[in-house]
Write a protein that binds this ligand. Structure first.
Ligand code: C2E
Ligand code: CA
Ligand code: CA
Length: 792
């Protein structure tokens, strides 16, 4: 299984978060650097604006200085008496000698106190004009301290009336300090216009020349209407006037465009030049780059997120697959319950927890009874349905925190926390009940199955502190529940372990004995009411070197559980047939031999072939052999195979006998179906005769039943004359028991037969003649002879 090394990879969501984090971080960095770039753009614009404003200021200041000098010369000419007395042409020459240096000069002139021109750079004699109406004349006349006054823009009286002008003026005084006129120079505003036009500007950038009172003298781009307007209302105007220079951002009064403004006062003149760069233009380049960068980073971020989403989807799929694989590894695919591996993990975890907290824990080993029969009779898909339904029911009986799982096949295991004997008993009881409810099989309409379970319980720490030990002990207890009759629970007891160990040892020893031909066969006669030997039952014996003689009931159960039984029975049949043939060869008249068989024998597919081969090998006929089986055989799980074998054996002519009749299922239909010839009434009934009225009437009924069905009725375990007499009175055909003889070793049996008195006619004639019941062929016995023949 593929495993990722870090927890990041086990949680796709974290991956997405990390991706979003990275995206946010890069976006943050991008935004920060864009902001930086914006500040840079502004700083660059500021420097450019400052450079421009400085150069404009210098240029204008230089020109105004020259202009002022020229005005001073004119003033001197107007005020100096010696010059006034000169002829007008000379005077003109003196007054305007330096005017030529000033650029864009309009006219230079001086007036008398009435405003009449007395000196005029344009004409000798001066033009007959009065400027008494102009604001600059009036201000100089009224204010002795006006200094250099710069007028508002106006249109000239005469020439170039279309070009607005401003005038710079100074006051002239006489000797007594009285107003004597003004000296003034007009300046064509086109000078500024050309100057400003030479500066390369953006479409929304401006250069403005202002008077200190806010009057616009020139503005680039040029609109005639702007000239003479006042900006004094703008909220940035105040600081602009107060400080000699500065920068600010504002929305223009004139065109409502936001601009970065840089201003500078022109020397000591009451003028300010303002350069305005539109913020839109300043940021235009930045904006373009920002948009490009923004788009690129959005695309990159989107791509990154897309990749992450794809990756996390992939990861999610992969994790889901991993989880599915884990489910497969840890859960049973049929029932969805934890499987053996997962159960062991869970049990270990719960056991560790129980040890830590000092609490008890119970392990319930649940095994379905005769589940194989469901599979064999209903098919595997029905079997699967049953298992799923049982799993569901089991799960319902378990509390949260407890665990139930399937070990495999029809075995389930529950591990219960904080569980003592009482609680375990309670839960196990509920489970038994739940399992025992009829199960409706969906795939087979109207088929209901009832199945039971056997439960073994082991408690921790009492019965073990390791999962393996607890599991094994619960398993042992489950086996106990099974052998005690199924559909019940059994708590583990320490002796089970010893018994299980002994069982295993016995099993090994039995196997060894079987292979080493160390088993033997004892023979017990069957006689009729007159004492004639009608047959003999072969009973297996095992004398172990170490353990001595072991009771058949014990080792036959072991042989059945370990699967040795078929091999053992085959050996017994061979031995019995060999013995019968030998006796006959020795001249001993033994009519028939019965051998005990069980379900496992019939399950061998070659069993009928084996039977006939054995008979043939020893030169015997089918009529020489009887097979004794209990009713249980006919109700075994693999009933179909068994019936096939039974039919084949019946066809051979080998007689079938029902052993322990009356103790089993007592369904009579099978007696006909399999052409049974003999019923052997179980010794528990026989031995009740003379003691137990119920047993007597049952025996009577069984004998009558056999007679109605026209079967030979044989009584087993006949020990007393009273029993024999009772049976004889009711018409029982054959007798077997210690009263006549215990099972004997072969040579003892031969001796017993030879000791029988010679045969005489019998008073008993079986309603249905059979070879072993043929009195002509039989051997008469004497009761007292049998009784003293050999010790049991
Ligand atoms: P079973 O077939 O019912 O055999 C009769 C049992 O009753 C024998 O026990 C026999 O010793 C015992 N018995 C005979 N007469 C009397 C009597 O008067 N009183 C009492 N109390 N018991 C009497 P055994 O030999 O211990 O066999 C026990 C069972 O083991 C048999 O019961 C039979 O089911 C099984 N068995 C014996 N040999 C074989 C064999 O070779 N193969 C198989 N599959 N089962 C065998
Ligand atoms: Ca028997
Ligand atoms: Ca019997």
């Amino acid at each position: 299984m593929i495993r990722f090394p870090t927890s990041l990879f086990t949680r796709p969501a974290l991956f997405i978060y990390a991706g979003i984090g990275i995206t946010l971080a890069t976006t943050g960095v991008t935004v920060a650097s864009l902001y930086e770039m914006r500040l840079d753009a502004m700083a660059q614009a500021r420097v450019a604006a400052q450079n421009l404003v400085i150069s404009l200021q210098k240029e204008i200041e230089r020109n105004l200085d020259i202009y002022q000098l020229a005005m001073r010369d004119v003033a001197t000419s107007a005020e100096t008496p010696s010059i006034i007395r000169l002829p007008p042409e000379v005077r003109q020459l003196v007054a305007f000698s330096s005017a030529a240096n000033a650029a864009e000069l309009g006219a230079l002139f001086a007036t008398d106190a009435t405003g009449k021109l007395i000196l005029d750079s344009r004409s000798i004699p001066p033009r007959k004009l009065s400027v008494s109406g102009r604001d600059y004349f009036q201000i100089q006349r009224l204010q002795s301290n006006a200094g250099l006054y710069i007028s508002a823009p106006f249109l000239p009286y005469a020439e170039e009336p279309e070009i607005p002008q401003i005038a710079l003026s100074r006051r002239l005084e006489d000797k007594d300090g009285q107003f004597a006129g003004i000296v003034a120079g007009t300046l064509r505003l086109s000078y500024f216009r050309h100057l400003f036009e030479d500066s390369i500007l953006g479409r929304h950038d401006t250069i403005t020349l202002l008077r200190m009172d806010g009057t616009v003298l020139m503005r680039q781009p040029f609109h005639v209407g702007d000239i003479g307007k006042s900006l004094a209302g703008g909220h940035s105007f105040e600081p602009l006037v107060r400080s000699g220079q500065g920068t600010y951002i504002d929305i223009a009064v004139l065109d409502h465009v936001e601009r970065l403004y840089t201003f500078r006062r022109i020397g000591s003149y009451p003028l300010v030049v303002v350069v305005g760069f539109a913020t839109d233009d300043i940021f235009a380049g930045w904006r373009k780059r920002a948009i490009t960068i923004g788009i690129v980073s959005v695309i990159l971020d989107a791509l990154l997120i897309l990749l992450l989403l794809m990756f996390s989807r992939q990861l999610r799929k992969r994790l889901a697959m991993e989880r599915r694989l884990q489910r497969l590894a840890w859960f049973d695919s049929l029932t969805g319950l934890p499987n053996r591996v997962q159960l062991q993990r869970e049990a270990l975890r719960m056991l560790t927890e129980a040890k830590r907290t000092g609490t008890t824990l119970a392990v319930l080993f649940i095994d379905l009874d005769r589940f194989k029969r469901v599979n064999d009779t209903q098919g595997h898909s029905a079997g699967d349905e049953v298992l799923r339904e049982i799993a569901r029911r089991l799960q319902d009986q378990i509390h949260t925190g407890d665990v139930i799982g399937r070990l495999g096949g029809d075995e389930f295991l529950a591990v219960l926390r904080e569980c003592d004997v009482l609680k375990a008993k309670h839960v196990a009881g509920r489970i038994l009940q739940a399992v025992f409810q009829p199960i409706l099989i969906n795939s087979k309409q109207d088929t209901r199955i009832t199945i039971s379970a056997s439960i073994g319980i082991a408690l921790s720490p009492l019965d073990g502190e390791e999962t393996d030990i607890l599991l094994r002990n619960a398993d042992l207890a489950m086996y106990r529940a099974k052998s005690a009759g199924r559909n019940q629970m059994q708590f583990y007891a320490p002796e089970y372990e010893r018994q299980a160990k002994e069982q295993l040892e016995l099993e090994i020893a039995l196997q060894r004995a079987l292979r080493a031909n160390a088993l033997s066969v004892a023979y017990q006669p069957k006689v009729d009411a007159t004492g004639v030997l009608c047959g003999v039952e072969a009973l297996v014996r095992w004398d172990d070197d170490r353990q001595g003689s072991i009771a058949p009931d014990r080792f036959i159960a072991i042989a059945e559980e370990s699967g040795l039984i078929a091999e053992m029975d085959a050996w017994v049949m061979g031995e019995a047939c060999r013995q019968l043939a030998q006796w006959r060869a020795e001249g001993l008249d033994v009519p028939n031999v019965s051998v005990n068989v069980c379900a496992a024998d019939f399950k061998r597919p070659d069993y009928p072939d084996f039977v006939i081969a054995t008979l043939q090998f020893h030169g015997l006929a089918a009529a020489d052999l009887t097979l004794e089986m209990t009713e249980r055989v006919l109700f075994d799980e693999s009933v179909a195979d068994i019936r096939k074998s039974l039919d084949a054996i019946h066809a051979l002519g080998v007689a079938l006998s029902i052993d322990d009749f009356g103790t089993g299922y007592s369904s009579l239909s099978y007696l006909h179906r399999f052409a049974v010839k003999e019923l052997k009434i179980d010794k528990s009934f026989v031995q009740g005769i003379g003691r137990d009225a119920m047993a007597e009437s049952l025996t009577q009924t069984l004998v009558r039943l056999g007679k109605i069905l026209k079967l030979t009725v044989t009584a087993e375990g006949v020990e007393t004359h009273a029993q024999r007499d009772f049976l004889r009175t009711h018409g029982c055909h054959l007798y077997q028991g210690f009263l006549f003889s215990p099972p004997l070793a072969p040579h003892d049996f031969a001796r017993w037969v030879r000791a029988l008195p010679a045969a005489c006619p019998t008073s008993f004639s079986p309603s249905r003649p059979s070879p072993q019941a043929n009195p002509a062929k039989g051997v008469r016995f004497a009761t007292n002879c049998a009784e003293k023949a050999v010790d049991p």
